[in-house]
Write a protein that binds this ligand. Sequence first.
Ligand code: 5GP
Ligand code: MG
Length: 186
Amino acid sequence: MQIVVEGRPMVARPLYSREQIENRVATLAAQINRESDAEACLTVLIVLHGAFLFAADLVRGLAMPTLIETIRLRSYHGTQSSGVIEAVTPLPADLKGKDVLIVEDIVDTGKSLAYLRQALEKAQVARVRVACLLDKPDAHDPALTPEYVGFSIGKNFVIGYGLDLDGKYRNLPYVAELVPQTNSPA
Ligand code: 5GP
Ligand code: MG
């Protein structure tokens, strides 16, 4: 698939297939189940829109009772982070004393997560853990690495399985990375 980003022709190269994602998400859900109280309610805070598919698959593998909440953050314009995090919707009410699992699509600079962790701390939650489908460890402080990571990847911009490029491609059932198109010699 060819995609033009800021005038440059790019190719979306498949990185993780639907099946690889499905297997990894099931493993993550099993790990979260092992490390959680089976009887206590877990508040799952889904970061929209990017995490909608990951969260939908992940929560169906969770065994404890859950409350599903969402928040919408915005930080990106095109393939570049604006660096400024904006909460487009308010933090859910009554989080005090709750066990919260943040579900994110990808951790890049870690700014969104730092913002959310701080907001949750202020709301006096009892415990916060983070599950992300993808992590770019080279782009952030190791201290910001989530407890549950689907796949660690390089710095290339990725799309699919919830992740977008200017709002598009979220529906791809796989994850692809955008790489510059190299023209083969004629
Ligand atoms: P951070 O605050 O960690 O820099 O970035 C967090 C958000 O930026 C992610 O939740 C995601 O929405 C977006 N983002 C970061 N890297 C990528 C990427 O490679 N592809 C896409 N589609 N979004 C990204
Ligand atoms: Mg996101």
